[in-house]
Write a protein that binds this ligand. Sequence first.
Ligand SMILES: [Zn+2]
Length: 122
Amino acid sequence: METSAKVSASKYNNKFKLNDNFMIIDFEANFNNYEEKILNNYKIFNYTCPVCGAKHSLSRHAKYKRYTCILYKNTICFDTIEILRLKCSSCGKTHAILPSNIIPYCVYSYSCIFTVLFVTFF
Ligand SMILES: [Zn+2]
């Protein structure tokens, strides 16, 4: 029988498992061409699964909306972008495909952060 401390540690480990659902950053995709290159791509994806290392095993799984702060015409603005998730047929894990200008787990894009730093310090 588990004690309450073990149960909560177990819940914590299940919630924050490492090496599970990695995000894949596609450096050929950005905000402007993400829809064309990733969302509307129904061909085989050439990514390697970051969990099991299988090649060409990722297929379309789901999409989700993600809020992000981007720089558009020298103005910082909030926008949503649809992110595609792929599922590995080998290990069953899902991976989000991010465009190169989005920082994982961060609302602000690289262009937004660099602009704020530049305006603040130069
Ligand atoms: Zn895999």
